[in-house]
Each structure stands twice: as structure tokens, then as C-alpha cells.
Design a binder for this molecule. Structure first.
Ligand code: SF4
Length: 548
């Protein structure tokens, strides 16, 4: 039976993320154990100055860890199921209801779930705490953040504590100065006063606690934030960073939304709206944004412009870095965007200059992510070089009109929404195909839309880019979003361009595979992928690359 037939006859609910928790975990091990072991090995490698591979050779193998549990008479820990009450688990039925401001987020890299989410969480708590009655605030003596699960196991490599502290002192992900986060890394003992009403409370990185990595959490990325008055808890909230910068909390109810003007749950339906109304996918997306969020066209445009400007800025700042810059972390990876750009400009052939330039733009934005500077989730931090490279190339190099770029951003959002709706944008659930694959697919839709391609060509370009990332695994070396992630963004950008080239030059009606079929394949491949290849740093390059 073919994979597609299997998908068609599979009666498991493809929208239920808990069903996507890997089923092929080595006996006695769960994903958290993989992540924890990897984090411990990486940290040990940094501390002892040896390579990760060398350190790993002396660490207990997963099988040994599993047998330890058996020796102690303990049942092997189960894979971490997502709690059914989480909104992120309930999603996926009915029409797409995502809006652009939920989808495209600006914030500090390198990870939407481990930096942007935690920073949004502590900023949310800070705002709540500031609204407490004056007599309650008068008793306040301390703010405390506790990180659990994956946030605790891998947060140090991501700078989660710095992001959490930044939110606590009132900094928002979209506007935080990256120098503030760099300063915290270089001078971690800084103390900041947090103003809550008439009260001022000093906070530092010591108030962000790396807590239990194992436990009965509702989500692998769980954290709590507390305002304390001595031993008394004045305010406490349990939060979840559920991926892509999205956050939830205990008792969360999703914001009320209006119905979309043009409901769709598939690309086929989205395109039918466009074709039947003799308009474009972008205009259907705009009408839905206005009806779901109750915003005017000007308001939607203003938000999309903010994202476009942030994408251009991230490429510019990445290109402006010194050619000798070394990215943070144990890999000691030299940035290369500036060198690749400079040298590509001297290439003899225009096509080589084009490919080299586009690659450099993607490297530039992705290296900014690796530095923990501001990036835009499109759809994630790891893939944050793909869309900006095309936006920059089209607008700043080819001088394509801004309105066309806005349209492209909306069509690309439609592609991303559908992948989120039916499959996943999370590497922990689906590997890199869900990050770079989706980003490349979105970028192909952006290019085709910006060049006024018919809706079928937009779909075909998006399909093609996604199809040729199916199966791509996630194996970041030492758990850092650098190798293979940074170059992968460049390849995702070039593949997006190739997809557009093929889609705009082929006979569109003869394109054999449709986008919805490929999204089904993405979901099924995510389910079937061995859990070692889902952001655990336990396989692939993360195993074979030696650090020193
Ligand atoms: S390899 Fe993993 S961490 Fe890196 S970009 Fe791909 S999905 Fe993200």
C-alpha cells in the first residue's frame, strides 16, 4: 500500500498533536530523556573542554539509562503526552482561524518556544502583577520564575533565563534591544529594579530557576512565575510555551474571534474562493484577517509592514556583522553572510550572483537568530532566514512594489496556517521539514504572489517547495540552532526560488501533486519519523560532528 493510501485510510486523528508524540522511542526511553541526555552531554562537553562526541562516549548510553529504570523496578517513563486541555491540542477542527499577528512574531532568537515564548510569558505576568491592588503590592518582596521540562533541560543553550528576565523587567520580545540580552550574557550578575505600583523589586538572573526536568507537566515547556511577599505567594501563574512563540496558561481560553468571511480548511477551498471571486489568494486572506480579527485593511497593512520592515532590518544587520564574527556557543561557528555576499557580487555570471546573494541574505538573517538577536518567526526561529531573504531580495534588490510584498506575505501566511492546521510547525513533532520545509513553501508562495502569478501557480510553487523538504530531520549540533540550521535557511530560500521557477514555467494544470496531498504527507512523515531526529540532538550531524 502506498504512503498516500495509508494516509487516506488512517482513521487516527491527524489534528491531535498528542497522537504525534513519537511512537518509535527506544524501549524505556522518552523524548525528554533524549533531550535531557543531550543537554547534559553538551553542557559537560563545554565544561570539560572536550568534544561532545568524546563526552558522549563516556556518558551512559540511552539503553543503559533505560535499564537503570528497570533495575530500580520502575516502569519506563512514557512519552510526554500533551494535556488534552491545552488549546494547542484542541485546534485543527473547522476552518483556519489563525491571524497574522499570531503567526508572524518578532522577538529574540534562537528559538520561538525557548526565548520568545518565555519572554512573552514573563512580560504577561509583569503586566498582571502591575495591576494588583496597592496594598498587595506593598507586601511584595520578590519575583521568581521556575522553568520545567524541556525549558529546564535545554534552556541554558537557548538563553531562556535571559529572555525570561527581560520580560520580567518589562521588555517585550518585539522591541527589546538585542544589546540588553547580549549584556546579560556578558555580565550575568546585573540587578534590575522592577517597578510595580509604588513598589520597586530588584531582580536578577538568580531569580530564574532551572527547575525539574521531569514531572507531570501539561506541556514539555512549562514554567511558573510568582510574586512573593516573604513566604506568602501574592500572585502565581503556570504557563506553557506551546511552540512558535504561542503561549497558554492554566485556565487559558482562546480569545473570541469572528468567523472568517471566506472559510477554508484546505488549499483547494482557499483557491476556490479566490477563483470564484475572480481575485487572488492574498485578497481572500486579507478579507479573512479583517473579519476574524475585526481590523481595517489599514490596520492589517500596518502590521504586515512592521513585519516586512523587521525582516529587511534583520538581513541588513546580519550582513553588517564583521566577517570575523564568531557565533555564541561551543561550536565556535564563524559567521559567513558578509563574506558570501561580498564574494558573490564578484561572480562572473548573473545567475551565480543571484544564488550567492540570496543565500547570503538567508545566512545573514539566520546568523542573527544564532546570536540571539531579533528575528521573525516565519514560521519559526530556526527557519527565520528563509522568508526575510526573499523579502529583502524582492524589495531591496529587485525593487518590487511594497503592496506586492504585502500580498505575498498574506499568501505565505495562508500556506503556513494550513501546515499548522493539518500537520505541525514544530521540529519536536515533525523534524526540520516542519520548519525549513514550511518556510520554503511559504517563501515560494510569496515570490509567486509578488509576481502576480495565478492562484494555481501560487499553490504549485508552495507545493513543490514543501514536497522537496519532506523527510528532512532536525539534528542541531550540540543543541544550538546553528549547524545545520543556518545553511539550511539558505538552501530553503534557493529551493523556494527553484519551486517558483518550475511552477511559473511549467504547464500549471499538469502539475501532478496538489498542496493538500503534500501537507498530508508532511503530517504522516512527522508521525512516522524516528524520535531521534526530532530536535533531540541525538542523531545525524549532532552525532557525527566533532566539536574540538
Ligand atoms: S535543524 Fe532543527 S533546529 Fe535547525 S532549523 Fe531545522 S528544525 Fe530548526
Amino acid at each position: 500500500m502506498s504512503t498516500r493510501e495509508e494516509v487516506k485510510h488512517d482513521d487516527r486523528d491527524p489534528h491531535d498533536p498528542s497522537a504525534q508524540v513519537p511512537s518509535e522511542i527506544p524501549a524505556g526511553l522518552d523524548r525528554r530523556k533524549f533531550i535531557m541526555r543531550s543537554a547534559v552531554i553538551s553542557a559537560a562537553a563545554v565544561m570539560n573542554g572536550c568534544s561532545r562526541a568524546e563526552t558522549e562516549r563516556t556518558a551512559p548510553p540511552p539503553a543503559a539509562a533505560a535499564s537503570e529504570s528497570r533495575v530500580q523496578g520502575l516502569a519506563p517513563a512514557p512519552a510526554v503526552p500533551l494535556d488534552k486541555d491545552l488549546n494547542v491540542v484542541k485546534k485543527g477542527k473547522g476552518p483556519v482561524m489563525t491571524t497574522v499577528d499570531e503567526f508572524y512574531k518578532v522577538g529574540p532568537g534562537p528559538s520561538s518556544s525557548h526565548t520568545i515564548g518565555p519572554m512573552r510569558i514573563t512580560y504577561d505576568f509583569y503586566q498582571q502583577a502591575a495591576k494588583l491592588p496597592a496594598d498587595t503590592l506593598a507586601k511584595a518582596t520578590r519575583l521568581q520564575v521556575n522553568l520545567f521540562g524541556s525549558l529546564s533541560a535545554t534552556g541554558k543553550g537557548h538563553g531562556t533565563e535571559r529572555a525570561a528576565l527581560a520580560g520580567l523587567v518589562g521588555k517585550e520580545p518585539a522591541t527589546v534591544d538585542p544589546k540588553f540580552l547580549d549584556g546579560l550574557r556578558d555580565n550575568p550578575n546585573q540587578v534590575f529594579p522592577v517597578k510595580l505600583g509604588n513598589k520597586s523589586i530588584d531582580v536578577s538572573l538568580k531569580d530564574v530557576i532551572y527547575d525539574a526536568t521531569k514531572g507531570d507537566f501539561k506541556h514539555p515547556n512549562t514554567m511558573t512565575v510568582k510574586l512573593l511577599g516573604g513566604d506568602q505567594v501574592l500572585l502565581e501563574q503556570e504557563y506553557y510555551s506551546v511552540g512558535g512563540g504561542f503561549i497558554e496558561w492554566k485556565g487559558y481560553t482562546p480569545p473570541k474571534k469572528n468567523q472568517p468571511k471566506y472559510p477554508f480548511a484546505t488549499m483547494k477551498e482557499l483557491r476556490a474562493h479566490a477563483d470564484n471571486n475572480k481575485t487572488t489568494i492574498a485578497k481572500i486572506m486579507l478579507a479573512n484577517e479583517m473579519s476574524i480579527a475585526g481590523r481595517s485593511e489599514e490596520e492589517v497593512n500596518a502590521f504586515v509592514d512592521k513585519i516586512i520592515n523587521a525582516m529587511v532590518a534583520t538581513v541588513k544587520s546580519g550582513l553588517a556583522m564583521s566577517e570575523d564574527d564568531v557565533l555564541p556557543g561551543p561550536i565556535k561557528l564563524h559567521s559567513k553572510a558578509a563574506s558570501v555576499y561580498k564574494r558573490a557580487l564578484d561572480d562572473k555570471y548573473e545567475s551565480d550572483r543571484g544564488i550567492g546573494g540570496l543565500s547570503a541574505f538567508a545566512l545573514a538573517a539566520s546568523e542573527e537568530n544564532g546570536r540571539g538577536h531579533l528575528v521573525i518567526t516565519a514560521p519559526t526561529g530556526g527557519s527565520a532566514g528563509v522568508m526575510p531573504s526573499l523579502v529583502y531580495g524582492l524589495m531591496e534588490v529587485r525593487k518590487v512594489d511594497r503592496q506586492k510584498i504585502r500580498d505575498g506575505m498574506l499568501a505565505a501566511a495562508g500556506v503556513g496556517y494550513l501546515c499548522k492546521h493539518h500537520a505541525t510547525l514544530s521540529a519536536a513533532e515533525g523534524g526540520c521539514q516542519a520548519e525549513i520545509g514550511v518556510a520554503s513553501s511559504m517563501a515560494a508562495a510569496l515570490i509567486a504572489t509578488a509576481y502576480d502569478a495565478p492562484s494555481l501557480v501560487v499553490e504549485n510553487a508552495a507545493e513543490s517547495a514543501l514536497e522537496h523538504h519532506l523527510g528532512m530531520t532536525c539534528d542541531p549540533v550540540a543543541g544550538y540552532v546553528q549547524v545545520p540550521c543556518i545553511e539550511r535557511c539558505a538552501f530553503g530560500a534557493v529551493k523556494a526560488w527553484t519551486a517558483y521557477q518550475i511552477a511559473s514555467n511549467e504547464i500549471a494544470s499538469r502539475h501532478r501533486v496538489n498542496f493538500d496531498e503534500t501537507v498530508q504527507a508532511l503530517a504522516q512523515t512527522a508521525k512516522d519519523m524516528n524520535s531521534k531526529y526530532k530536535e533531540t540532538s541525538e542523531a545525524g550531524l549532532a552525532q557525527s560532528v566533532t566539536l574540538c
